[in-house]
Ligand binder design. Structure first.
Ligand code: BGC
Length: 253
């Protein structure tokens, strides 16, 4: 394995995905291995899967892991959509010990944003860029001049007395069985709030709903330029690999 390769794992509520990544262009240089997230998704059970993913790729260098919660210096906080037993766990230390390799944790939306800023929709873009992922929850990655401000957690902005992700995430749309036309106004209301608070120069929308972006982005009317993510399924893996290799903070070196 050359030093231009990294290894990333993207952990979600239903699947844990991993691949070896070419760090010069963000392409995957191995197959993408997916293992169902163990239920219950306890730290010990997930550590076993992380080790299995690493072993399955015969990876022996540093790696990054994208995780769907606040990750402050490796420690998990705000377990909104993950097993509550994760709260306060030093995931960095747990996974490092589980695979005997240096592991660096990163929030999942931060990881996706890092990948999009370096290789995707945010490439070469300065100013305030916000990546928003619409999936089980709403994740956010906040960048200024290509530098990440970690753990922004804009999915938990309070709107009309509700946590925004409980009204406007992609999963809420599926659960309520509403069409894009009914979901889009909620997203627009949310995006207008984000716009008012941050005056962004660019919004990038990713996550599960980005696959259908052409269905709903045309229903959204805001002032800020808004574009779909281009690395959809792989952004978390690629961003995690960049972070694992120490390339996560700046969008371009
Ligand atoms: C979590 C975030 C995460 C987002 C997307 C939210 O509920 O608080 O940390 O990035 O879901 O997974």
């Amino acid at each position: 394995m050359t030093s231009a390769h990294g290894f990333g794992i993207d952990i979600g509520g239903t699947g844990m995905k991993a691949a070896i990544v070419d760090l010069s262009d963000g392409s995957l240089v191995s197959h993408r291995h997916r293992i169902a997230t163990p239920q219950p998704a306890t730290p010990a059970a997930m550590a076993d899967v992380v080790r299995e993913l690493v072993d399955g790729h015969c990876w022996s260098g540093p790696l990054g892991v994208a995780f769907p919660s606040i990750v402050h210096h490796g420690v998990v906080g705000l377990a909104a959509n993950i097993d509550r037993s994760w709260m306060g766990v030093d995931a960095d230390a747990l996974f490092t010990q589980a695979c005997g390799l240096e592991v660096t944790m990163v929030n999942d939306a931060d990881a996706a944003g890092i990948a999009e800023m370096r290789f995707g929709a945010g490439r070469g873009r300065d100013g305030v860029v916000i990546m928003l992922t619409f999936g089980t929850g709403i994740g956010s990655g906040l960048f200024f001049d290509g530098v990440l401000v970690p753990n922004s957690e804009l999915g938990h902005l309070e709107l009309d007395g509700h946590d925004a992700e409980t009204r406007a995430s992609a999963v809420v749309r599926e659960r309520e069985g509403i069409g894009w036309d009914q979901w889009a106004p909620r997203v627009e209301r949310y995006l207008r709030h984000v716009e008012m608070l941050f005056s962004p120069d660019l919004l990038i929308v990713g996550g599960g709903a980005s696959k259908a972006a052409h269905d709903w982005l045309r229903l959204i009317s805001i002032e800020t330029e808004i574009v779909p993510a281009v690395m959809a399924n792989n952004a978390g893996i690629v961003g995690a690999a960049l972070v694992g290799a120490g390339l996560g903070l700046h969008a371009a070196s």
